[in-house]
Design a protein around this ligand. Structure first.
Ligand code: COA
Ligand code: AMP
Length: 631
């Protein structure tokens, strides 16, 4: 079937379409009810079905005779390690760790935080949790203890699974000490902390709540996967919102499994047994869906890469991994390509490897600029597919469904709507706009399976943030437009969220931290263009009078505060002191104007501005500090 017919079928007959897809899975009890509404009139999938993600990712493949196939290839240039982990070995590790969790009292419906670097034990931990119905919440390692403490308080984990350390290029990151600090800060105290000692030669302080990961696995019985309702939450994944408090996206079990299995075949074009590589981190949604669950559900070998696109050891590392492990489809963020291109502009390092195994290169996580797309196409000589999605959706909403039919690639566009997503661009009043006109990107309900089902402990925020803005639609928070042929162009967030190196961050959260510095009278934090990372945060501060400290000291303190509270991943490195900030006559700071002055040659000056002379002041500060277009 061609793309257009398949897409139309999914929109016109969603229940029939997704029932057929769901039946590709090995359910413990196949669903009779396909789509139903919850109390918000929001759809749920396969309500009366029963299944288990860990079973589908592991046991099923062993049962089908593929126990000796590689499930995971762990490639860690930062520790000089390579490991091939078969489905049989994965089964051993996961079922015994699940037994260990049970022996510590964890049971269906409990939560467990996983704060781990990119090592196989992170995947074992996720799969062990879902094996027994424990809801995991993986927290990205670049977040500081304070952020971890916020998540501990919110999801109240019975246990935390962590590792002694992570390795960032050459830096050792103290994971376990960060967990200890977070627990000390949090009001809620988990009972156990399971620690995998990586034996990297760094002394780790012991606490009473510590449990040794290896000991626990060795002494625990292997347990079978339990039968779970399709609607049972498989995980909570926190993501940045427009306030300082992150949102806990809840993912179900049956809808998610159905969507991921579908996406591996129809979007990424993978057959069972082939190798797939998502160069992301298990702490992000890309890691959940396409390092762990998607490939394993589809019996693809997944690459777990503990390294960076450059410096581990150089810009050839991606091509080495593709060639060595026979990667058929790869997924990374445009930032990674930009980093490689900077080091190796002519792509000469690609020639050192035979990458003829690669059939498609996918990009996502941030807007893909045309120069990056074109360079990648020219150098890799395969179709390069931008695609758009979010933590909330869990899987792509706009793409080029290469597994169905490759559509012509249009640079600048993230592609066409994926089956199940009725993507519409709306104006302020909620009416669909004409082709070429920019508006708010929304999805007409019902959403397909696999998308968020609610926010952990905060259904009102879920309803208010996603469903109320345009009744009958899910609002994505992104702006964009469609062309005459239905290709979707995403222009960026319409809220306080920025995307730094493919990492989603809240400027509102950074602003709260900057504003709390005792010498700051007022401030604004917003994202400005960055050639490498797409965007970077910039803070403007107005100081209280008679501060008594020099400006540089204050700037350093503020940068340190953000790093300490949010973490290194915030990449908050620029703070400028200004005399005043542009405001509307009613006193609202004009953050978009501040960003536009930095990034654009021509910009609109809002008619509500209270004093237009401030624009020249801001421009001269940017000029003096080489910000944005004044570089
Ligand atoms: N654990 C601990 N710290 C982490 C971390 C992790 N998992 N990931 C990043 N950090 C730290 C970095 O070490 C860095 O710390 P520093 O300020 O002490 O140097 C900081 O967070 C910022 O990291 P990053 O934004 O990654 O910048 P970088 O300069 O270290 O690297 C790139 C630049 C382009 C190489 C890197 O951003 C990259 O690989 N980007 C691709 C991103 C990606 O794949 N995103 C996937 C989302 S789909
Ligand atoms: P996250 O939830 O971390 O995956 O971030 C989702 C956000 O990243 C989206 O709302 C977009 O703003 C942005 N994004 C992701 N993929 C793309 C893409 N292909 N093009 C443009 N923006 C993207």
């Amino acid at each position: 079937m061609n793309y257009h017919d398949l897409y139309q079928e999914s929109i016109q007959h969603p229940a029939k379409f997704w029932k057929n897809q769901a039946l590709q899975l090995d359910w413990f009890k196949a669903p009779d009810i396909i789509v139903s509404d919850d109390k918000f009139n929001y759809n749920q999938w396969f309500e009366d079905g029963q299944l288990n993600l860990s079973y589908l990712c592991i046991d099923k493949h062993i049962k089908d005779g593929f126990g000796t196939q590689n499930a995971i290839i762990f490639d860690s240039p930062v520790t000089n390690t390579k490991q091939h982990i078969t489905f049989n070995k994965l089964h051993y590790q996961v079922s015994k760790l699940a037994g260990g969790l049970q022996s510590l009292g964890l049971k269906k419906g409990d939560t467990c935080i996983i704060y781990m670097p990119m090592i196989p034990q992170a995947l074992y931990a996720m799969l062990a949790c879902v094996r027994i119905g424990v809801i995991h919440s993986v927290v990205f390692g670049g977040f500081a203890p304070h952020e971890l403490a916020i998540r501990i308080n919110d999801c109240k984990p019975k246990a935390i699974i962590t590792a002694s350390n992570g390795v960032e290029i050459e830096k050792i990151i103290p994971y376990k000490p960060f967990v200890d600090e977070a627990i000390a800060k949090a009001d809620y105290k988990p009972t156990n902390v399971i620690v995998f000692d990586r034996e990297l030669g760094v002394e780790i302080p012991k606490k009473d709540y510590d449990i040794d990961y290896i000991d626990l696995v060795e002494k625990s019985p292997s347990v079978a996967a339990v039968s779970l309702e399709s609607t049972h939450p498989s995980y909570i994944l926190y993501t940045s919102g427009t306030t300082g408090t992150p949102k806990g996206i809840i993912r179900d079990t049956g809808g998610y499994a159905t969507a991921l299995k579908f996406s591996m075949k129809y979007i990424y074009g993978l057959d069972e047994g082939e190798t797939f590589w998502a160069a992301s981190d298990v702490g992000w949604v890309v890691g959940h869906s396409y390092i762990v669950y998607g490939p394993l559900l589809n019996r693809n070998t997944t690459i777990l890469f503990e390294g960076k696109p450059i410096k581990t050891p150089d810009a050839s590392t991606f091509w080495r991994v593709i060639s060595e492990h026979d990667v058929k489809v790869m997924f990374t963020a445009p930032t990674a390509i930009r980093a490689i291109k900077k080091e190796d502009p002519e792509g000469e390092m690609i020639q050192q490897f035979d990458i003829s195994c690669l059939k498609h290169q996918f990009l996502a996580g941030e807007r893909c600029d045309v120069a990056t797309l074109t360079w990648t196409e020219e150098k890799l000589k395969v179709p390069v597919i931008d695609h758009w999605w979010q933590t909330e959706s869990g899987w792509p909403m706009v793409a080029n469904m290469v597994g169905v039919e490759l559509q012509p690639v249009r640079p600048g566009s993230a592609g066409v709507p994926v089956c199940g997503y009725d993507i519409q661009v709306l104006n302020e009043e909620g009416h669909e706009v004409a082709a070429g006109v920019e508006g708010f990107v929304a999805v007409k309900l019902p959403l397909p399976p696999g998308t968020l089902t609610n926010l952990w402990g905060n259904p009102d925020r879920f309803k208010f943030g996603y469903l109320n803005r345009f009744p009958g639609y899910y609002f994505s928070g992104d702006g964009g437009y469609k062309d005459e042929d239905g290709y979707v162009f995403i222009t960026g967030r319409v809220d306080d969220i920025i995307n730094v190196a493919g990492h989603r961050l809240s400027t509102a959260e950074m602003e709260e931290i900057v504003a709390s510095h005792k010498l700051v009278a007022e401030c604004a934090v917003f994202g400005v263009h960055c050639d490498l990372k797409g965007q970077k945060p910039l803070g403007l501060i107005v100081l209280k009078s008679d501060v008594g400290l020099n400006e540089q000291t204050i700037q350093k303190e503020i940068i340190q505060d953000v790093r300490h509270e949010i973490g290194a991943v915030a990449s908050f490195r620029d703070v400028l002191v200004v005399q005043r900030l542009p405001k509307t006559r009613s006193g609202k700071i004009l953050r978009k104007l501040l960003r536009d002055i930095a990034d654009e040659q021509q910009y609109n000056i809002p008619s509500t501005i209270d004093d237009i002379s401030i624009i020249a002041e801001i421009r001269s500060v940017y000029q003096a500090q080489n910000i944005g277009i004044y570089k």
